[in-house]
Design a protein. Structure first.
Ligand SMILES: CC(C)(COP(=O)(O)OP(=O)(O)OC[C@H]1O[C@@H](n2cnc3c(N)ncnc32)[C@H](O)[C@@H]1OP(=O)(O)O)[C@@H](O)C(=O)NCCC(=O)NCCS
Length: 346
């Protein structure tokens, strides 16, 4: 995997939850005579989405030996990973890809949203200067985990997992403190990913913006702008960032695929209870059909429809709105606003 994905560099330190000691993640491999020709990493996680929880699977580091490409190996590895994650209770899977087309042809779809902010020198000059900032030390990790755990949308982590992730190579984490109290943090870069990007942070918007300024100043003009990722429901942060003139766009969170249509339909039933009825049927060929009905109308859904109802790409709710009109109901709990912070990606 390192040979393909990091030109011989070190992948293991970047993904401690897959490759580290006692890591909860696993590897799916295909090969012969003990030689791996194609592989990927998997990790089961629980998403916290406000008051909801959803078990998902993450897939990453998909790689095939250059001499063995184009023979369907990665396709088989991916299918095996999807089956294993479903068996471990994941309702859907997420992955991040530079080239989405390979995955789109295998049923993956763009899913959910994130807010992407840009801070250039002019905007940075308007950011607040407050508190005392310094690089995070091992002593801060507990405080950083507590700040992380306050986010409404996140991946559930143990403190030990946060500690391992905070030690990722190629990452600069700054904290703001007052006396001995760590009030905010911001992680910039990570291994070969997230260049110039703050992908995890915690604390009040003003404190985090002051850390954006501190990161920018520490780069001494080597970058013209910094990026920052935020959950789609970070309304307070977005209001502060807009006030100082930061540009922003709504992006896609990840590629996703329903792994267990029955479990997904059961979750849809939870989230639409009192508003619609969900009937799940399994056909002779084992295919699942999901019907959503109101007292007056009904409609049949595909697995990819479920993804769009849970959390549409870029928050575009056209399909959900159309369904609400067709059934003459309104789904108060949908769409959800799931978010995966950068440190959790594999
Ligand atoms: C992407 C990658 C994992 C595909 O591995 P693979 O074992 O060749 O995959 P498959 O044989 O199942 O499918 C390869 C696809 O590329 C096409 N292809 C054709 N010739 C090819 C070649 N010489 N090399 C690679 N792909 C080729 C195949 O037709 C197929 O396209 P399809 O989507 O239309 O079916 C592999 O190219 C790779 O390791 N790339 C570098 C690492 C990477 O980008 N990983 C993804 C990170 S998330």
């Amino acid at each position: 995997m390192e040979r393909v994905l990091r030109s011989g560099g070190e992948l293991a330190g970047e993904y401690p939850l897959v490759f580290g000691p006692d890591a909860p993640g696993s590897l799916v491999t295909l090969g012969e005579d003990g030689i791996v020709h194609s592989a990927c990493a998997t990790l089961v996680r629980d998403l916290v989405i406000g008051g909801e929880r959803l078990r998902i699977g993450l897939i990453g580091s998909v790689a095939t030996d250059p001499d063995r490409r184009g023979r369907g190996l990665a396709t088989r590895v991916l299918e095996a990973a999807e089956r294993e994650l479903a068996r471990d209770g994941a309702v859907l899977a997420l992955l991040w890809a530079d080239d989405a087309s390979f995955y789109r042809r295998r049923g993956w779809r763009e899913f959910a949203s994130e807010l992407d902010f840009v801070f250039d020198a002019e905007v940075v000059a308007r950011l607040p200067q407050r508190g005392t900032q310094r690089r995070a030390a091992p002593d801060d990790e507990g405080a950083l985990h507590r700040l992380y755990s306050r986010h409404r949308s996140r991946v559930e982590r143990t403190e030990a997992e946060t500690r391992a992730l905070l030690r990722s190579p190629g990452m600069e984490t700054l904290v703001m403190h007052e006396d001995r109290d760590v009030r905010a943090y911001a992680c910039l870069g990570r291994g070969a990913d997230f260049a110039g990007t703050i992908h995890e942070w915690g604390g009040s918007p003003e404190d985090v913006l002051a850390l954006v300024r501190a990161h920018f100043e520490r780069l001494h003009g080597t970058r013209n702008e910094l990026f920052l990722l935020a959950p789609p429901d970070a309304h307070e942060f977005a209001a502060f960032a807009k006030d100082v003139g930061a540009r922003s766009a709504v992006g896609v969170l990840a590629l996703a695929k329903i792994l267990d249509p029955i479990a997904a339909a059961e979750r849809l039933a939870d989230w639409t209870r009192g508003e619609a009825r969900v009937d799940i049927e399994t056909g002779n060929e084992g295919e699942t059909s999901v019907t959503l009905s109101s007292p007056t109308h009904s409609t049949t859904l595909r697995a990819s429809d479920l993804l769009e109802l849970f959390a549409p790409a870029r928050g575009e709710c056209a399909r959900l709105g159309e369904l609400e009109r067709r059934l003459d109901v309104s789904f108060a709990r949908l769409p959800l606003a799931p978010f995966v912070w950068g440190l959790d990606s594999i």
